[in-house]
Design a binder for this molecule. Structure first.
Ligand code: NAD
Length: 445
């Protein structure tokens, strides 16, 4: 009996394995593909390599080097004496037993499901065309598409729109909602979209895609025509490549969860409690333990559908191991920063002003602009805005939504203040280096 079995060696799985192993637990981790998961192999890291490359040619050359180097690093870390890496697909036999594709059985006191997510494609005619790709497919292209049509202006859509526009593709984004990045403050999201429009990206907002067909004209050979409806009018755009960026769905296929009596949530996620313990019986009960064994079954990361972010998976796994070890922690899962790596960046932590209004939560809104910041001017990065929401009357900071250069780093600072329950006054009374972008935080009205 192993202390901990983990299915999936993405950022949730492998970081959890390391944390557990360092604390003396014996861990077996199963991975059917490369270690590092979506984030390292086909997600965050390749995308950031693209963002920090000056051309498409440089990006496709550097991407495999960066990924391989990091993958090698993870494999070295996983060679820890307390960790066994099994490079096979795993499925459940019961709540404490896993069978790998070679038929071997593994028993664990605790099991963590960390299998991640897959792209969610919308059911429109023409989706099966070879010119239609998801984010993984886009990162495998060896020629730059002249015209790229992106369906969905969420995080993936906006990041790729920004980078492919900079590489020289003609980029059109079609989004169902009236504003991009629904989780971001709408004021901030609109400014980011307008900035990207200035840079050359075309947006059709409030537009529903109806279908994709091969372009009829001889000039348009090999291209697709994307038809969509906006304000009751039927419109179309031509594209060499169409990127589907319409969300991701939890990956549970082939795990044999049925054998455990787990009913998936409507979005396909594994239901979990506040400690990421898997719930059965329609999501009401934690899974009963078999044969009086200590331990339990957990699901962390994208597969539980809570917050589809690599760092959320990592901290959820950290918390699970702490629970197994009886270590108390104070990780604030309600204070989850997120960043969108467009150029310029956008980032947020805590509820947007729109959400605070909807919830009827009393708040004060404080703003500042990059154009008044000395460092931003010196960097020629004057497009940007900070929105901090606080409890009224010198109360605690509730949220920060920022668009502009290095927004992710600035939001990280505010995340610390929110986690510690600090007020805006305490933020202002914290000495900030001059000249830095971080001064935009103390410059809010
Ligand atoms: P998303 O949910 O962020 O956005 C999908 C967008 O597609 C939405 O705005 C939605 O309205 C739109 N859409 C859906 N159906 C449509 C249709 N038929 N026509 C037009 N628009 C349509 O999903 P995503 O951008 O695919 O990202 C998937 C997940 O991966 C998210 O949870 C995201 O947070 C995560 N992710 C995070 C990062 C990061 O943190 N930097 C990067 C990449 C992905």
């Amino acid at each position: 009996m192993t202390d901990l079995l983990i299915i999936g060696a993405g950022p949730g799985g492998y970081k959890t394995a390391l944390h557990a192993a360092k604390h003396g637990l014996k861990v077996t981790i199963f991975e059917a593909a490369h270690v590092g998961g979506t984030c390292l192999n086909v997600g965050c890291i390749p995308t950031k390599t693209y963002v920090h490359s000056t051309s498409f040619a440089e990006a496709i050359e550097r991407q495999p080097q960066v990924v391989e180097q990091l993958r090698g690093g993870i494999e070295t870390l996983l060679s820890h004496p307390n960790i066994t890496l099994v490079r096979e697909k795993a499925k459940f036999v019961d709540a404490h037993t896993i069978e790998t594709s070679s038929g071997e059985l593994w028993k664990g006191a605790n099991i963590i499901i960390a299998t991640g997510s897959d792209s969610k494609l919308i059911p429109v005619p023409g989706i099966d065309s070879s010119n239609v790709v998801d984010s993984t497919g886009l990162l495998q292209l060896d020629t730059l598409p002249k015209r790229l049509c992106i369906i969905g202006a969420g995080v993936i859509g906006m990041e790729f729109a920004s980078v492919f526009n900079r590489f020289g593709s003609e980029v059109t984004v079609i989004e169902f909602l009236k504003e991009c990045l629904p989780a971001l403050d709408s004021d901030i999201a609109k400014r980011l979209r307008k900035q990207m429009e200035k840079q050359g990206v075309t947006f059709y907002m409030g537009a529903g895609v109806k279908g994709l067909t091969p372009s009829p004209s001889p000039m348009g050979e090999g291209r697709l025509t994307v038809t969509f409806e906006q304000k009751g009018k039927e419109l179309s755009v031509e594209a060499d490549v169409v990127l589907m960026a319409t969300g991701r769905k939890p990956r549970t296929e082939g795990l044999n969860l049925e054998a455990l009596g787990i009913t998936l949530e409507r979005n396909g996620a594994i239901p979990v409690d506040e400690h990421f313990r898997v719930l059965c019986d329609g999501g009401k009960e934690s899974l009963p333990l078999r044969g009086g064994l200590e331990g339990s079954l957990f699901a962390i990361g994208d597969v539980n559908g809570r917050q589809m972010l690599a760092h959320a998976a990592e901290y959820q796994g950290h918390h699970v191991v702490n629970r197994i070890l009886g270590i108390e922690d104070h990780i604030r899962f309600d204070v989850m920063p997120a960043a969108i790596f467009t150029m310029p960046e956008a980032a947020c932590v805590g509820p947007s002003e729109d959400q605070l209004k909807e919830q009827g939560t009393p708040y004060e809104c404080h703003k500042s602009f990059y154009r008044a910041n000395g460092k931003a001017l010196a960097m020629n990065e004057t497009e940007g805005m900070v929105k901090l929401c606080t409890e009224p009357g010198e109360g605690r900071i509730l949220s920060a939504h920022i668009f502009g250069a290095h927004a992710a780093d600035l939001v990280q600072e505010v995340t610390a203040y929110i986690t510690l329950g600090a007020t805006l006054r305490q933020l202002r009374e914290t000495v900030h280096i001059h000249p830095t972008l971080s001064e935009v935080l103390i410059e809010v009205n």
